[in-house]
Design a protein around this ligand. Structure first.
Ligand code: HEC
Length: 233
């Protein structure tokens, strides 16, 4: 009985000793340290564990990033002619898109093409660049498709805007460029698409935005469900 008493006390003391030795500043004893201390690889770092020693990988061939659509027209005269004849703006002509397009146009295009699209941007006036056409140039007869095509690939002295702008942004700029062309030609202003006729989820980037919004919306209305079926089609 006495020895049991001593054992118990001894055990308690031992337990106390173990617990009290723990330094609260340090992590506790780690059983499977791998899980506590993962190896963090720097993006673009060089590590032997990777196939070519490089952390950053190219996307798997044939995969398409979310919100991105491949552009079907090739960067050659035939592709240009096809886009010019057949490609149309998938975004509805709304005030929102036009306002957005104007802002982007002012950032990316106006330095050369001018605020009015007459080819008299500041760089042209300072003679830093030559041969910038006006959007009402009869010989060029630009269309929604051709405007998008040159933004995507660039044309001669004009660079591509594919990396600076998203698909949607390019189409917004496109609407604005066509509205500038109308103004230059003295055509009546194009009417905006009515709110109720605006089709949602026109582009994958948009569809995604709606999808995420709906997912987070607890009180989602039946209207949202329609939206989602549209996307899956
Ligand atoms: C650095 C100056 C510069 C900027 C910035 C610029 N462009 Fe251009 N753009 C040109 C030049 C130069 C041409 C004439 C190219 C040629 O055909 O030789 C041109 C031609 C065009 C054409 C006529 C293409 C055709 O059908 O022949 C369109 C449309 C156009 N640009 C749209 C845009 C849009 C939209 C932006 C902004 C996203 C933009 N440009 C930005 C210099 C520029």
């Amino acid at each position: 009985m006495r020895s049991l008493f001593h054992k118990t006390i001894g055990f308690c003391l031992l337990g106390f000793a173990v617990v009290s030795c723990q330094d609260k500043e340090d992590p506790n004893y780690q059983y499977m340290p791998d899980m506590y201390e993962p190896v963090g690889y720097e993006a673009y770092g060089e590590y032997d564990v990777f196939e070519n020693g490089q952390e950053a990988k190219l996307p798997v061939e044939g995969t398409v990033p979310r919100g991105w659509l491949p552009y079907d027209y090739e960067n050659n005269p035939q592709g240009f002619a096809d886009a010019k004849a057949n490609l149309t703006n998938p975004l509805p002509y709304t005030q929102d898109h036009l306002v957005e397009g104007k802002a982007l146009y002012t950032i990316y295009c106006a330095v050369c093409h001018g605020d009015k699209g007459d080819g008299k941007g500041i760089l042209v006036e300072r003679e830093k660049i030559l041969g910038v056409p006006s959007y009402d140039d009869v010989g060029r007869a630009i269309t929604e498709g051709s405007v998008y095509h040159v933004m995507y690939y660039g044309i001669n002295n004009m660079g591509s805007y594919a990396s600076q702008t998203s698909i949607e942004e390019r189409w917004q700029i496109d609407h604005y460029v066509m509205s500038l062309k109308d103004q230059l030609e003295g055509n009546p202003e194009r009417e905006f698409v009515k709110e109720e006729d605006v089709q949602k989820s026109m582009l994958p980037s948009r569809a995604d935005a709606n999808l995420y919004q709906d997912a987070g919306d607890v009180n989602s209305e039946p209207e949202n469900e329609n939206n989602q079926t549209e996307i899956q089609e």
